[in-house]
Design a protein around this ligand. Structure first.
Ligand SMILES: *Cc1c(COP(=O)(O)O)cnc(C)c1O
Length: 368
């Protein structure tokens, strides 16, 4: 038996919507389900416009381009995130500036963000990491004070809330990913959400090779092919219909871990709901304190028991390819990364599986 860390949670609805799209011959990037999926996702987040994209990285790239960010600009990015966040900035020719994270939320620290602002700073990408919302009040205030844009990277946290509002609705654009291990998946896919009509239109043009929206095959600018297909959108619509059910199942899984691992003192869980914030469960996340065993030894022993785990992302500042974007060291990003481990958060597993998984974790941690 192998307990997979994450997997899509598919039911008959995905198959039904997909086969309808297939039988009607709408398999490319035209078709009603794309517009429906955009509308439904925007409505879920609480804003007016949704621009579907081929993946979450493309969504981030579109957001940056639509805000006019490019060569000569700087964009602030947290020290702990998936590479897609910083890569999207580099694609535009702008310079990413890495800022450290908060110890409690693992999201960008507003004071580190303020400290990274220069006269060239045009935007910040606030990443809601591992299901936890960023401190949006402070980020929005710092951004307003310095006259910079806010892009929210919501790839790991769809459904999370700050002060009763869904994340993705605070900044100029909220970007989502629908990759296979994300909370809502279309296999590959992404979405930009915004309340601004002009930004939405700009992103739609950029997504479609820069083609003028009222004059076919006339191109005003060099765009991209970042379109989503109607097949992906069909899956997305079915997923979005059951998002509340899926989020509740994820909380149940996390609560089971919290309950069963509460006496394991070398494992510290991710913080629960911080002030003003309502997190979602993406991957159940813990900090592991090594004693006799290293984190990698624990991971190896668990794998032998059939339990897949995942280490946290490496801090951006440690990877040579991003080293030149470090102006101040990021000790918190480094520490959280070094100790971080994700446990299976897979909606296809049952309670008995989670009993075995937590049993194996307890057994291995007893050797530490
Ligand atoms: C998954 C992810 C993305 C986007 O990834 P895609 O694979 O391109 O959809 C961006 N940022 C973060 C933090 C992510 O986890």
């Amino acid at each position: 038996m192998r307990y997979q860390l994450a997997a899509p949670y598919l039911t008959n609805t995905e198959a039904k919507y997909l086969s309808k799209a297939l039988s009607e011959n709408w398999i490319s990037s035209k078709g009603k389900n794309i517009i429906r999926f955009e509308r439904e996702t925007a409505r879920y987040i609480g804003l007016k416009y949704g621009i579907a994209a081929s993946n979450g990285t493309a969504a981030l790239h579109l957001a940056l381009l639509a805000l006019g960010i490019g060569k000569g600009d700087e964009v602030i990015v947290p020290g702990l995130t998936f590479a897609a966040t910083i890569n999207s900035i580099i694609y535009t020719g702008a310079v990413p500036v890495i800022a450290d994270i908060e110890k409690d939320s693992w999201c960008i620290s507003p004071s580190a963000m303020a400290g990274a602002v220069t006269s060239r700073t045009r935007a910040v990408i606030a990443v809601h990491l591992y299901g936890q919302p960023c401190p949006m009040n402070e980020i929005m205030r710092t951004a307003a004070k310095n006259g910079i844009y806010v892009i929210e990277d919501c790839a790991e946290s769809i459904g999370a809330e700050y002060a009763g509002r869904k994340i993705g609705s605070f900044g100029n654009v909220g970007c989502f990913s629908f990759y296979g291990n994300k909370i809502v998946t279309t296999g590959e896919g992404g979405m930009c959400i915004t309340g601004r009509k002009d930004i939405a239109e700009k992103m739609a043009v950029l997504r479609n090779q820069g083609m003028n929206s009222s004059r076919r095959y006339w191109h005003d600018l060099v765009g991209y092919n970042y379109r989503m297909t109607n097949l992906q959108a069909s899956v997305g619509l079915a997923q979005l219909e059951k998002i509340d059910v899926m989020l509740a199942k994820r909380v149940e899984i996390e609560d089971f871990y919290l309950d069963n691992l509460k006496d394991i003192n070398c494992l510290k869980p991710q913080r629960g709901n911080l002030k003003n914030r309502k997190k979602v469960t993406w991957l159940v996340s813990y900090q592991f304190e090594p004693r006799k065993l290293s984190r990698d030894q624990v991971a190896y022993k668990l794998l032998k028991e059939g339990v897949e785990t995942r280490n946290f992302f490496y801090p951006l500042s440690e990877m040579p390819v991003y080293r030149k974007y470090v102006r101040r060291e990021c000790p918190v990003s480094q520490e959280i990364s070094r100790k971080g481990i994700n446990f299976p958060t897979n909606l296809n597993l049952r309670k008995a599986d989670y009993r075995k998984i937590t049993g194996a974790i307890k057994k291995v941690c007893a050797m530490n």
